[in-house]
Write a protein that binds this ligand. Sequence first.
Ligand SMILES: [Zn+2]
Length: 232
Amino acid sequence: MKTILEIQKLDRQIRALKREVEHCPASIDFKNYKRILQEGRARFEQLESQANEIIKTYNTLMNRYSNQKGNSEIIRKRNVDNISLDNISSLISDANSLVGDLSEEHRRVEDLVRRSEEIVRKSGELSNKLTEAKARSGSIKARIEAKKQEVAPKIVELENKIKELEPKVQDKEKYEKYKAMKANGIFPVYVPLEDNFCGGCKVELSLNFIERLKTKKMLTCEHCGRIIMYDK
Ligand SMILES: [Zn+2]
């Protein structure tokens, strides 16, 4: 059992080194880089669909505009010499409503132009930001690689120590279980009893459990699956 606990201690150091790589500033930069890339892509899609919407609206407006221009031609072509006084007021009201419609359309088109300009500007900004992020990604990866290279020999050293210890393990079955649990992400596998709490997940253990633990010296925590040791 003592040897397994020694191996566990070495495994803990290996994990700490690996975590050091995962949490190093370069790895955090890389995560940020990926997030910027992802958000950027989503934003591009959003801008693209907004642009498509604007093009559709623009086409509709242009159709309406050309219809109204047709109407203005009809009004212009009415023979003013033959027009009766009765018809003048309807002619004026037609012309007025046409002017109103046209200025309304004009306002809408201007609004569309403003929105398109905004989209072009935002896309430009976004594209600059992404280009900048991509340019930096190479150096970020190199920094992560350097960090990996830095810890690699230490990990090899620890792994060799484990290899030296393995033949000395007496309870092979227990060691196999240790390795299996470690592979399943349960680590540390063996934890102490801390007061009345599991030394792994810190859950409070029942008195009944503790009584059984005192007799058996080792029991699996019902909450986290780790093996709690009682060594008094
Ligand atoms: Zn536990």
